[in-house]
Ligand binder design. Sequence first.
Ligand code: ATP
Length: 876
Amino acid sequence: MPPLTHTHWHLRDAHELAREHGVDPALGLAEAEAALRAVQHGPNEIAAGERRTPAALLLDQFKDFMILVLLGAAVVSGLIGDLVDTLAIVVIVLLNALIGFVQAWRADRALAALQQLAAARATVLRGGRRVTIPASRLVPGDIVLLEAGNQVPADLRLMTIAQLRIDESALTGESVAVDKHVRSLSEAGAALGDRLNMAFKGTTAAHGRGTGLVVATGMATELGKVAGLLDRSGELQTPLQQRLAAFGKRLALVVLAICALIFAIGVLRGEPPVLMVLTAVSLAVAAIPESLPAVVTVLLALGARRMVAQNALVRRLPSVETLGSVSTICTDKTGTLTLNRMHAEQLLAEGSARAETLRAAALCNDAQRGADGAWQGDPTETALAELAAAHDVDVAALAQPRIAELPFDAERKRMSTLHRGAAGFVLYTKGAPESLLPRCTAHWSEAGALALDHDATMRQAERLAAQGLRVLAFARRELADADLSAGAETVERGLAFIGLVALIDPPRPEAEAAVRDCLAAGITPVMITGDHPATARAIARRLGIVTDADAPVLTGTMLAAMDEAALRARCAEVRVYARVDPAQKIRIVEALQSLGRFVAMTGDGVNDAPALRRADIGVAMGRGGTDVAREAASLVLLDDNFATIVAAVRDGRRIYDNIRKFVRYAMTGNSGEIWTLFLAPMLGLPIPLLPIHILWVNLVTDGLPGLALAAEPAERGVMQRAPRPPGESLFADGLWQHVLFIGLLIGGLCLGVQAWALATGHAHWQTMVFTVLTFAQMAHVMAIRSEREPLWRQGLASNLPLLGAVLLTFALQLATIYVPWLQPIFKTEALDADELAICFGAAGLVYLAAEAEKRWRRHLATRGTQAGATSGKQAV
Ligand code: ATP
């Protein structure tokens, strides 16, 4: 036989391949051996697009066209005139670039850390134990365990399977999931989609389970081979950034026109043209909000990093900015609102059926005992295993090899396992009562089959469900042969009912408060569960999602019978959905969205992925969830906790507020500078500021205090206001008016001080204008820390980084005025006490004006609330 190339694994026998890879499929590789192979083969990673190197990030800071023009102009002016001026300008531009670089680098690092956290994991056998490790640590020879919802972590030659179906669309484009088997194939040239005994990295297990031998990792996988062809079109901007960039371009044209005007008027008035060029270009550099999108990235990335500390992992940056708009949170019940710590409360079975129910609970169960003796697996199943063990069922001895199985799926709400029986085989089935009971034709007893009272049994199950319990029914069937290939519909039929078990899953203690927070913040909490309607309603009531004992519950069956219009009408009021198939969640999302809601939706299973993608914010579970759900989500809850979603929304609102604060601050400063330089010639005043002053103000004010706004804590009442409409402009709610008018006030004060100083013969007028401008911006930044609340109520200490930045800026400004060797560089002169006091006074006026505006806002808000309360129309 000619030597097979390393891609011909599908032609080989799986066990023979395992021997070749030096691994016992029952034990997996030893850790030490895996470590050796990791060195040899490298990490199991697809080389990501080139990361931006620090040098590239630094260079990025000089891509701005106006900065290049400024540097060019500075060099020209240096050649024909003052070298000190040129050097000073170059140094300031460099410092500015350095700040930009440090910020970009911090954002990059924060994002890289997030990516690491979001990295895929894989379950493998190592040294006889099941362990979950980062997928990057897989090596050839590892034995990987796959379950529905897992992303295939490397190229695998499948060894065992149970109903395993794999969605290979990511690799082959084929959208129908493929049934896999483990037999060797004979066709060497089979296309990837035809290699039915292989599972390829990057595809996902859609159904069933299996194990496979890792035959290729990283770039050696089929995915790795095509990775080079993938589109790496770089990072996308968030919607807000796109809008800001577009806005910045338009604003740039206006600023450039104003700068051209200032230049023309200056030259006409006989100012030196070189000075006028530098003045105009400096103003353009300072006032064009070129860096806004970059700053937004920084604020979003740093915000996202903070959110991780609270167990909310953001997978897509734009979600950080839209989180605050969420107006409906659709959440699973189990594990998110409840602890998912199930405990069996009641076992309802007669006589000999009790022991048989326990037997079924132990056998029809995927839970496994971990090294520490605790049960591991799905909480429903571990609770059943514990129940069996507590009743002295020798679970280990019972563990007869499972001959075949029909794994659980959320649509069928059942699972079955096949075992050897006294004569032939026994199939044990467990599942939701209303899914199982109709398939039962008798009531099992040791003495022989009895008649089954379907209605009475169903009523019994309903009664338990109304107490908030999860009820599972157990049944069995004798089979002559071990073939389940006919499928669940055929096999799970003619069953003999054995008994019921009721499990309790206590609500999470913090969920009730989180639901209350939601309601106060104008967010509607909605429960969507696969559980029974009565169980769902009982838990929803306990948590405050609904208040009435007979609150409406919409079931999957009712939902299936409705058209879109009917569903939309019901969705407006219903807060509990039960027995809903994951596939129906997408209809609920769409109905809510058509009502104008901005929907966050949680999910953990394979079938939840489409709804997660469709929702405005898809939320996946970090602990219990599947890889597929995580891939589809924009937010991952590391603790699977409902309260974390609410905390994330709160953070989203805070971060968005802070972006607005930064924009308010930076643009008002720019507007002040423009007004000053634009109005001076109109009023017959000499040019108030030199290029170096403009650049300095831009450097220290925008750079330091502006970014400290990222540390601003959430506003009081951030969760007591209605969600922000998602399409709302960043400049809504009076922001652009603020920019214009407070800017005009700053400009007016600068020019007023200038005119006064000139009229009264103060020689230091230019230094005074320069100082007023800086101080005014410091006063302004302190005043706009909140959109509503006065500073004295917030307290100076509630944002120490900002206080530090403001004090540092004051100190630096005083240094430019009073340090003798800095004076010639900044063209300043020492101010006397009176002059300095006037500068402080002018800044104080800006502070008072901004506080007055907030007071006016508070006044409007209380009037609005009163009007709303009297007309009863206040938004909740
Ligand atoms: P959600 O997380 O959406 O609130 P859930 O986790 O309760 O819902 P599923 O896991 O889809 O919903 O379960 C739906 C129903 O299937 C359960 O109410 C239960 O009756 C049944 N069920 C759950 N787990 C198992 C299992 N391991 N074996 C058999 N039946 C099960």
